[in-house]
Design a protein around this ligand. Structure first.
Ligand code: M6R
Length: 613
């Protein structure tokens, strides 16, 4: 959702902040703005629309100064227009703010400030924050203290960066609750702030992250950190290994296409450091788990949203099949409202690419409140879901920029597979022979992904035939049932075609009524124990005039006779087949959307990180 970038140092802040905002475009936004301290005065350029438009405004009226803040806004309070775009400035023009989050008590604060004579120039909740800071600054004459006082008054979760022309040697950054991250990077005589790492990794890999209720005073040579109550804290600096090039499109037309193709590497990367090749054991040291603790796990509760939830559904089958531990999976948006049954024998396992999805973080908090051990599988290093867990598994796939998640879907499936093998091993559930077999299967996956990707041209031809459909039904069974959900989600997100994922065995209980010449059915039918049943689904759809697209295993001679189209995958161990069957579905969605001329990387109405409920 909203993005924040800020700079203090010896260079002109404008291109650095603008460049950072561009790197955050993938998060989704509808207006953008920047404020720079120019010759002692705060100057703002902002408007609805894309960053290209903001750049044009800056070309017409240039901005230059060593202190700057910028923002991409995803509208919540008030339409996406110039007045509501961030940064928001105080009445006296001396304090300016960028903000992520929602001020839950903004109406009462607005009334209070209006009664004191404040004049609001936008419909946003954010403006109440800057006017409150102005109010407290008049009393304290100190930016840090004014921000501290203000944060005590506002409800909700927030990330903010504030600057003042009265204190031109600093930026004040703060975080309250889980409204997305605030990362601070240090350079040589310059400092960078961003809500998300791709905005600043080009400049520095030396990063510290703000926790909730922390405030930082950032100056060009460093920062001081304290709690909201004023207790000093020593910042923890992390070295972030991300290569800035991985946040660029390179030779690909879209980030999504690049990220689909990167899966050969990301599937290997997620295994790096986790396999002991001497005896084919899985090692997950960041879970901090002893054999005794592993023995006492009675249930694992997986919680996540969207694509990550689908990975969790696959994870349930993996953990139950391999480690024989009961697993429940619940969408994170429901978790805290359904009083899930959790005790000290339960592990709550959150899965999140961004590590900052508000519902997922709230589910983790609920798990903590009920006494569960917390684990997470997260991509964004240093994110709240990673730091707030007792143990975590990093996806290790580098930044994912495309809003439609691809490599951050397949990597956590491998992580869940490794987790299942690791738990089974610690609990004494595996013979050496079985463990060797499971790990050897795992090692085959990157090559299988490569073979599947090599067939992109065939999938593209099928996409060209079906690009004008308005509806489609995806069917899967067993471990590929979640892949039917995920395939359908991918298509609807980026092509705006209505796609429904359904358990194949349920088709006869209702959806079969929909099938006619107008409704293609996509059947996931690899050679596994559900194969015969999927053949029967294909027959039933054909009998009703439906066009059938299938995913089938190379060498299958029956399916090409029955189906209208086949997307081929190589023979794959059944527990790992979801990683491979999902690849043609990613490509199918990608090519349909590009053939329709749609904005694949930033589909309408969607944000990469959903930091509000
Ligand atoms: O960052 P997270 O993995 O927590 O995000 C969860 C969902 O918002 C996300 O997977 C969403 O469904 C994607 N747009 C799917 O492509």
């Amino acid at each position: 959702m909203c993005g924040i970038v800020a700079y203090i140092g010896g260079q002109n802040a404008t291109p650095i902040v603008l460049g950072g905002l561009k790197k955050l475009e993938y998060r989704g936004y509808d207006s953008a703005g920047i404020a720079v301290l120019q010759n002692g005065k705060i100057e703002i350029r902002r408007d609805a629309g894309k960053i290209d438009h903001l750049e044009t405004l800056i070309t017409q009226e240039p901005l230059e100064g060593n202190l700057g803040i910028g923002h991409t806004r995803w509208a919540t309070h008030g339409a996406p227009n110039m007045q509501n775009a961030h940064p928001h400035i105080s009445s006296n023009g001396e304090i300016v703010i960028v903000h992520n989050g929602i001020v839950e008590n903004y109406l009462s604060l607005r009334e209070e400030l209006s009664a004191e004579g404040a004049v609001f120039r936008s419909e946003t909740d954010t403006e109440t924050i800057v006017l409150l800071i102005e109010h407290y600054y008049a009393v304290t004459q100190d930016l840090l203290r004014a921000v501290q006082e203000t944060l005590k008054r506002i409800k909700g979760a927030h990330g903010i960066v504030v600057m003042s022309s009265r204190e031109p040697d600093k930026l004040v950054a703060a975080r309250l609750g889980n409204a997305g991250g605030i990362a601070i990077g240090r350079g040589n005589g310059e400092m960078f702030i961003a809500s998300d790492l791709p905005a600043i990794v080009e400049h520095t890999h030396d990063i510290t992250f703000l926790d909730s209720e922390q405030i930082a005073v950032v100056q060009k040579d460093g920062l001081t950190l304290q709690t909201l109550a004023g207790t000093p804290i020593e910042p923890i600096w992390n070295h972030i290994p991300w290569d800035p090039v991985s946040a660029e499109k390179g030779r690909y037309r879209h980030f999504m296409q690049k990220e689909i193709h990167e899966q050969v590497r990301s599937l290997s990367d997620t295994m790096v450091g986790r396999i002991d090749f001497d005896d084919y054991r899985i090692m997950l040291p960041d879970l901090h788990l002893t054999a005794d603790e592993a023995q006492h796990i009675r249930k694992i509760f997986i919680t996540a949203c969207g694509t990550a939830y689908h990975a969790g559904l696959v994870g349930k089958i993996l953990i139950e099949q391999i480690a024989h531990i009961p697993v429940e999976v619940m969408v994170a948006s429901e978790f805290r409202y359904l009083d899930p049954i959790i005790d000290e024998g339960t592990v709550v396992l959150a899965i999140s690419q961004s590590g900052e999805t508000a519902d997922t973080l709230a589910a983790m908090e609920e798990g903590r409140r009920k006494g569960a051990k917390l684990w997470s599988i997260v991509n964004a290093i240093g994110s709240q879901a990673m730091r707030g867990a007792d143990g975590s598994i990093s996806m290790q796939v580098g930044p994912e920029i495309g809003v439609a998640s691809t490599k951050a879907f397949t990597a956590p499936i491998l992580d869940l597979y490794m987790l299942a093998v690791y738990l089974a091993d610690l609990r004494g559930e595996l013979t050496d022979e079985k463990r060797h077999e499971l790990v050897q299967d795992l090692l085959k996956v990157p090559t299988l992904a490569q073979k599947t990707l090599a067939r992109e041209g065939e999938v593209k031809k099928i996409a060209a035939k079906y690009k004008d459909i308005r509806n489609i039904l995806y069917l899967g069974r067993g471990i590929n049932m979640p892949i039917a959900y995920e395939g359908a989600l991918k298509l609807k997100e980026i092509s705006y075609i209505h796609a429904e994922g359904y358990p194949a065995g349920e088709m006869k209980h209702g959806p079969i009524a929909l099938i006619d010449q107008e409704l293609p059915v996509l059947v996931i039918a690899p050679k596994d124990k559900w194969y015969e049943k999927m053949i029967s689904q294909i027959e039933q759809a054909k009998a009703r005039g439906g066009k059938v697209i299938t995913i089938a295993t190379e060498g299958d001679t029956l399916i090409p006779e029955l189906a209208n189209e086949v997307m081929w995958i190589p023979e794959t161990p059944w527990l790992l087949s979801p990683v491979i069957t999902s690849i043609p579905l990613q490509l199918f969605a990608y090519h349909i959307a590009t053939l329709l001329g749609l904005d694949v990387d930033q589909p309408r109405n969607l944000a990469k990180s959903v930091t509000v409920e």
